[in-house]
Design a protein around this ligand. Structure first.
Ligand SMILES: [Zn+2]
Length: 288
């Protein structure tokens, strides 16, 4: 990943962070009275002991039923933030794909020198955007974040329910409830960040791939793809490290140690476990 792409990702991350932070503040501010009502429920009980656990579970059930509209309103705020996040991630990814498409064409032109085509039919941004492929995993993630508002709401409600139950069982009071809402939006932010990073890497590689494919399709330029391992995660994959410097076969596919096949690192056809947090790339070597 080049410096400019890294910078774009840093800005995206800041945007996501502040979007979810605002959502947490809104959810708390707009439901302040409801949070107090929840605590009033809690105070009807005695201190939390093994014996009173059942009673507190009943309190939670009452709260969850009586404050249903409050919880829906909170979930709606988080889902709305998710939709904003999704749109921003997608726009950023289009820009990243386009940039890497151009970088790779530059690299091919450089390698070909005088032998290269005199002019290059650059694909426009719309065309590149229409080629963006999402993995099955990514589709689910985007839907959970906000693209499918029904699914997203269900997902957030489930998380909210578990946070509220824990807070009420532990008799945490208003501060605790607020902290739980912040925790919920923070974990949505982490989801968004993970998707943003994984998809940025995928789109960067797809951008290169589109350039290489076009070079062959339109100009008959033959190339070989070489895998580059750059996983910087705490636990880099040994199988991706083993791929470093490995060339794709004549059919254009890389074969991973677990036999999965990919046109490029983070190919949407790869399994989630071979994609998430992967930051491998590849480059084209012109065959003369
Ligand atoms: Zn990798």
């Amino acid at each position: 990943m080049d410096a400019q792409t890294r910078n774009v990702l840093r800005n995206l991350d800041r945007f996501l962070q502040s979007t979810y932070k605002t959502a947490a503040n809104d959810a708390i501010r707009e439901n302040r009275q409801a949070l107090q009502r929840i605590v009033d429920y809690e105070e009807t009980d005695y201190s939390y002991t093994q014996d009173s656990r059942q009673r507190r579970e009943r309190i939670f059930q009452d709260v969850w039923r009586d404050e249903a509209t409050t919880f829906y309103a909170m979930a709606a705020i988080v889902v709305a933030a998710g939709l904003v996040a999704c749109k921003r991630i997608k726009n950023t990814n289009t820009a990243i794909l386009e940039r890497n498409y151009h970088l790779t064409i530059g690299s091919l032109q450089h390698q070909l020198g005088q032998d290269g085509p005199r002019w290059w039919n650059f694909l426009p941004r719309d065309e590149l955007q229409s080629r963006i492929q999402e993995s099955a995993f990514t589709k689910v993630s985007f839907n959970r974040l906000g693209f499918n508002s029904h699914k997203a709401k269900q997902y957030i409600m489930k998380r909210l329910q578990s946070q509220m139950m824990q807070s009420i069982l532990a008799n945490e009071g208003v501060d605790g409830l607020q902290a739980r809402i912040r925790r919920l939006t923070r974990s949505s932010y982490y989801d968004a960040r993970r998707i943003a990073r994984t998809e940025a890497m995928r789109c960067a590689n797809q951008g290169s791939y589109e350039a290489g494919e076009q070079a062959y399709r339109e100009y008959g330029i033959r190339t070989r793809k070489i895998w580059v391992h750059t996983d910087t995660a705490k636990n880099p994959r040994d199988d991706h490290r083993a791929m470093n410097g490995v060339a794709a076969g004549d059919d254009g596919y890389f074969v991973l140690p677990n036999e999965e096949r990919a046109l490029y690192p983070l190919d949407p056809n790869l399994s989630a476990e071979q994609s998430i947090h992967c930051s491998c790339t590849f480059y084209y070597e012109v065959i003369r």
